[in-house]
Design a binder for this molecule. Structure first.
Ligand SMILES: C[S@@+](CC[C@H](N)C(=O)[O-])C[C@H]1O[C@@H](n2cnc3c(N)ncnc32)[C@H](O)[C@@H]1O
Length: 246
């Protein structure tokens, strides 16, 4: 089993990934996304790798028709419960983004917070092709992913720290040729030490543009944040906006 297919990995990391700060940030992030994509009211929006629906719920609150797709069962369950609490409607689908597509349906698609680069190159390309196929002509795709600064100054070595009340021991390795960051961590769970690993391919702006074009999408902007700030070589996050031609 690949690391990203391990439900337990996502369950263990949920308190970090969806901490108070991240949850609180979602509303402003969605305002920025709506502005950046010039989303019309009542748009059909795909939130791909939606997690527990941080952005799906906010988009639905603003009157959009949202479909959230994620391969972690536990997150989809939590996302549905959050919708109930917030009295909004979102269609949540438990599915792998390498497979999900729904031809010509969406006005916009999102893939937020480094939910890309998990797979071998051909499968990452397949994810973009699926999105391109699922968009209507004129539809936009926004990705928020790791920026070029990660490879220019990669995380290295071992460290220990405590976050959200959990003790971590972690080690990073970088393969500059393969442009991959490998990450291994141990964590104390109720007195038992568990070990997990993950790995990400870091794509350059040029590679992202090539992959979008290969899928038939035109890149209309690459930024360092959702505010549309110009991307610099040392930026550790990157936002790519592409459009399916009319
Ligand atoms: C870093 S989280 C981001 C979640 C969400 N986009 C957010 O910003 O809160 C990455 C998400 O990717 C999902 N994921 C990982 N592999 C996936 C796959 N093959 N298909 C669909 N979702 C996947 C995980 O379950 C997780 O929810």
């Amino acid at each position: 089993m690949e690391w990203h297919e391990n439900e337990e990995y996502w369950e263990v990391l949920a308190p970090l990934m969806f901490n108070e700060e991240r949850m609180a940030a979602a509303s402003d992030e969605v305002d920025a996304i709506v502005g950046l994509l010039e989303l019309e009211p009542n748009s059909a929006v795909l939130d791909l790798a939606c997690g527990i629906g941080r952005h799906s719920v906010e988009l639905a609150k603003r009157g959009h028709r949202v479909t959230g797709v994620d391969s972690t069962k536990h997150y989809i369950k939590e996302a549905k419960a959050r919708c109930k609490e917030e009295s909004v409607n979102v269609e949540f689908i438990h599915q792998d983004m390498r497979r999900f597509q729904r031809g010509g349906t969406f006005h916009a698609a999102l893939n937020m917070r480094t939910s890309f680069g998990h797979f071998p190159r051909g499968e990452d390309e397949q994810v973009i092709r699926n999105v391109a196929n699922s968009l209507r002509p004129g539809g936009h795709f926004l990705m928020e992913l790791a920026g070029p600064g990660i490879l220019n100054e990669p995380p290295k070595g071992m460290k220990t720290y405590t976050m959200e009340g959990m003790d971590f021991w972690e080690e990073f390795k970088v393969d500059l040729e393969a442009k991959r960051i490998e990450h291994r961590f141990k964590i104390d769970l109720d007195g038992e030490q568990r070990e997990f690993s993950d790995g990400y391919r870091i794509y350059s702006p040029k590679e992202m543009t090539e992959m979008m074009e290969l899928a038939g999408l035109d890149v209309i902007g690459i930024y360092s944040d959702l505010g549309g700030t110009e991307l610099m070589d040392n930026d550790r996050m990157m936002v790519v906006v592409a459009m399916k031609p009319e």
